[in-house]
Design a protein around this ligand. Structure first.
Ligand code: ADP
Ligand code: MG
Length: 368
């Protein structure tokens, strides 16, 4: 334990020296589902010290037994691990609230939810009317703070909610142009509507949208007085991404890979993984152009963007393999180093410029 602490301290020091920081990685455990209970699940995850995760139990049948026995007691450490009792508000406060503060100061931020289908990504991001998730809480927070800080009471949030499905980009809200919101009412119903527009799983009726990535981009714009008391435009962008089920990425290695659809879903997820690997290794060339998802997120991953990953996992031993893969992926993501995001958007970009860029990019991506 001491050695690990020392290593972490050393890492933090080298961060300062290199003027880089790493992205923050969180894990959220969801409650056991009724179906899982009925199937006789046991919980295979233990959270200790709010940041350590142990995979403890294993299935007891056939080859799995040997494979899992070796993996017994796997240990991972993250920036925080949220037990199943964690509220939406807590998850938001610990993962995203700081990024929202950054966005208001002109620094871009992004939050990714990663995990297998059914692990709780959409619950974390969108949530329900009673328990709104990160997307809704972030927008509410943006409005509250802009109201307090804006010089002329004139502030707006530009929303676009996109889907990448089968390497096709679709607008889930309004074709072509970002929506302009002046207040946070209706955000939940707007996003729920958008979510219903997500492409549903064609083969398995019960599993909606497990193959589509949903990307909410929020540009916050307001006016403040700077230190010289002149009025300046403050612009920041927050990207909130509900990724496709990560189990598809695993299917590539197996003979089950048959459709172009599956391959394309994998293309975006695999491209994201390649970009993450390139970022981890400090490569100069990051292959953003390899998929629609990574093209859309070029300015939201790495660079000076503040990035947060939330890995969602089920507690059930029936999902042991998925959980283990998710935790490995998250562990890898922990190593991404980004430039310290102390720079604000240069030249205090006017929102229309950003929006135009976004619309242009969208058009291009839709054409390809
Ligand atoms: P995913 O988007 O990863 O496929 P969902 O977010 O749709 O998974 O979650 C699957 C089911 O589990 C949903 O019915 C959802 O309401 C429920 N669920 C997920 N996370 C939680 C949680 N933290 N608390 C309560 N229910 C949850
Ligand atoms: Mg989902």
């Amino acid at each position: 334990k001491d050695a690990q602490d020392q290593m972490e301290e050393a890492n933090q020091d080298s961060n300062k020296v290199n003027n880089s920081s790493r992205i923050l990685v969180f894990v959220r455990l969801r409650p056991m589902a009724k179906k899982e209970k009925e199937a006789g699940s046991r919980c295979c995850i233990r959270i200790v010290n709010r940041k350590d995760i142990y995979l403890t139990e294993f299935a007891s049948s056939g080859n799995d037994y040997l494979r899992l026995k070796r993996l017994r007691g796997r240990h991972f450490t993250f920036d925080a691990a949220f037990p199943d009792s964690t509220t939406q508000q807590e998850v938001y406060s610990k993962t995203t609230a700081e990024l929202v503060e950054g966005v208001l100061q002109g620094r871009n931020g992004s939050v990714f939810c990663y995990g297998a289908t059914g692990a709780g990504k959409t619950y974390t991001m969108l949530g329900t009317v009673e328990n709104p998730g990160v997307m809704v809480l972030a927008i509410k927070d943006l409005f509250t703070m802009m109201r307090q800080r804006s010089y002329d009471g004139n502030h707006a949030v530009h929303l676009s909610y996109l889907e990448v499905y089968n390497e096709t980009v679709r607008d889930l809200l309004s074709p072509g142009r970002p929506l302009v919101l002046r207040e946070d009412k209706q955000v939940m119903s707007l996003l729920q509507q958008g979510n219903q527009n997500r492409t549903t799983e064609p083969t398995r009726v019960n599993e909606t949208s497990s193959r589509s990535h949903a990307i909410l981009q929020v540009v916050a714009e307001y006016q403040v007085r700077d230190s010289a008391m002149s009025v300046v435009n403050q612009v920041g962008k927050l990207s909130l991404i509900d990724l496709a089920g990560s189990e598809r990425a695993l299917a590539t290695d197996q003979r089950t890979l048959r459709s172009i659809e599956g391959a394309n879903i994998n293309r975006s997820l695999l491209a994201l993984s390649s970009c993450i690997n390139a970022l981890v290794e400090g490569k100069k060339h990051i292959p953003y152009r390899n998929s629609k998802l990574t093209q859309l997120l070029k300015d939201s991953l790495g660079g000076t963007c503040n990035t947060v990953m939330i890995a969602n996992v089920s507690p059930s031993n029936l999902s042991f393999g998925e959980t283990q893969n998710t935790l490995h992926w998250a562990d890898r993501a922990k190593q991404i180093r980004t430039k310290q995001a102390c720079e604000v958007n240069e030249e205090r970009l006017q929102v229309p410029v950003l929006d135009l860029d976004q619309s242009k990019l969208l058009l291009e991506l839709q054409k390809e």
